[in-house]
Design a protein around this ligand. Structure first.
Ligand code: NAP
Length: 343
């Protein structure tokens, strides 16, 4: 069989699976050519805490499971400096450490992990065909655990100066702003948590919030109020990020007084909310009005064989602790679903 797909090949994947686990294959078309693709019991889109937990449960339950992750495993949690509210770690645990441990644990039971971004999901009878970057597999069940991504505010200068002072990840970029002044936009958990983290490096951190009360949880608010490096600019919105080759300042407007002013800063971190990553689903499952996947209590979506877990689904609380519960439930529900197919 010739398995070449553009510059890439799915042959190594087929061979490896065949040698170790005796994978089944299904004939599919890629780029107009008929070929065989590996057939999995379960495909997990997303390698954050929800996806990795689903992977652990599924692989341990002996399901042939493939997980795809577009960045490093761990999702949003992996870019969190210290996770303080995940039980079992009294001193907290760095996000990357928790992510690596979760991945190692799941792989120990045979979870396969590939790097890539899913862009294709199509029903084929009672199977699903899933694709990414020229590769395709078929699977009997899918768990959507793709999580969320930062919302862009869309003000002038934001896109132009991205990576040159405009950032969405304090853990990644905070150390570049040692002894400098930084703006953090937003008033939720992310904004306040990351502003607190940024005080490790920055000289001054301005939290710029559009109203006069923070949305963040009380413990974070208290820490921010007590931190001498943090100043909160209430009732204030950003009209523009200014600078030529890097961020030089923020043009601000007070929404109560309509006063405008320029705040000199060297960097700005946007935390104005998150949006679910669901585009690849192409309408296959029902979403709510904000784009989150609607599931029942067992993580089943509106489409047969597709389950969702973690931040991507409609739910009250988006935390690592709730994501892992979702992941475990989704894997168990998927297993039940697969049993029902074989009866
Ligand atoms: P969020 O809770 O949706 O907060 C977004 C913030 O941005 C809000 O304060 C909002 O203002 C502000 N905002 C939204 N649109 C804006 C606009 N156009 N202009 C100016 N400001 C705007 O998002 P998040 O903070 O990223 O949190 C998302 C989820 O992750 C939450 O469930 C949160 O609990 C969780 N999370 C938890 C932790 C933790 O436990 N430590 C850390 C990070 C995230 P308003 O308040 O006026 O709406």
């Amino acid at each position: 069989m010739d398995g070449k797909v553009g510059a890439r090949s799915i042959v190594p994947l087929l061979n490896r699976r065949n040698d170790e686990n005796g994978t089944f294959y299904k004939t599919i078309k890629i780029g107009g050519r008929v070929m065989e693709a590996p057939e999995y019991d379960l495909f997990i889109a997303g390698g954050g805490p929800a996806g990795l937990t689903a992977g652990l449960y599924a692989a341990r339950g002996k399901l042939r499971t493939l997980l795809i992750e577009k960045m490093a495993p761990g999702g949003q949690a992996a870019s969190t400096f210290l996770i303080e509210n995940y039980p079992g770690f009294p001193e907290g645990i760095p996000g990357p450490d928790l992510a690596q441990a979760m991945e190692k644990q799941a792989k120990r039971f045979g979870l396969e992990v590939v790097s890539g971004e899913v862009n294709h999901l199509v029903a084929k009878g009672n199977h699903w065909e899933v694709g990414w970057e020229g590769q395709k597999v078929t699977t009997k069940a899918v768990i959507v655990a793709t999580g969320v991504e930062p919302i862009k505010l869309g003000v002038p200068g934001e896109e132009e100066l991205k990576g040159r002072g405009v950032s969405y990840c304090a853990t990644c970029d905070g150390p570049f702003f040692r002894d400098q002044d930084i703006g953090v936009i937003g008033g939720g958990d992310s904004a306040v948590d990351e502003a607190l983290f940024l005080t490790r490096f920055a000289r001054r951190v301005y939290i710029i919030h559009r109203r006069n009360a923070l949305r963040a949880e009380k413990i974070l608010q208290d820490r921010a109020f007590q931190n001498e490096k943090i100043e909160i600019l209430w009732d204030t919105v950003v009209a523009k990020v200014s600078g030529k080759t890097g961020v030089e300042g923020l043009e601000l407007k007070n929404v109560q007084t309509q006063e405008t002013r320029t705040l000199p800063v060297n960097g700005v971190f946007f935390y104005v909310g998150l949006k679910p990553i669901t585009e690849f689903l192409g309408g296959a499952v029902k979403l709510d009005e904000r784009g989150y996947v609607i599931t029942d209590v067992n993580m089943a979506t509106s489409a047969q064989g597709i389950f969702a877990a973690g931040d991507v689904r409609q739910k009250l609380l988006r935390q690592v602790a709730t994501a892992v519960g979702d992941g475990a439930t989704a894997a168990f529900a998927a297993e039940r679903y697969l049993e029902s197919l074989s009866q």
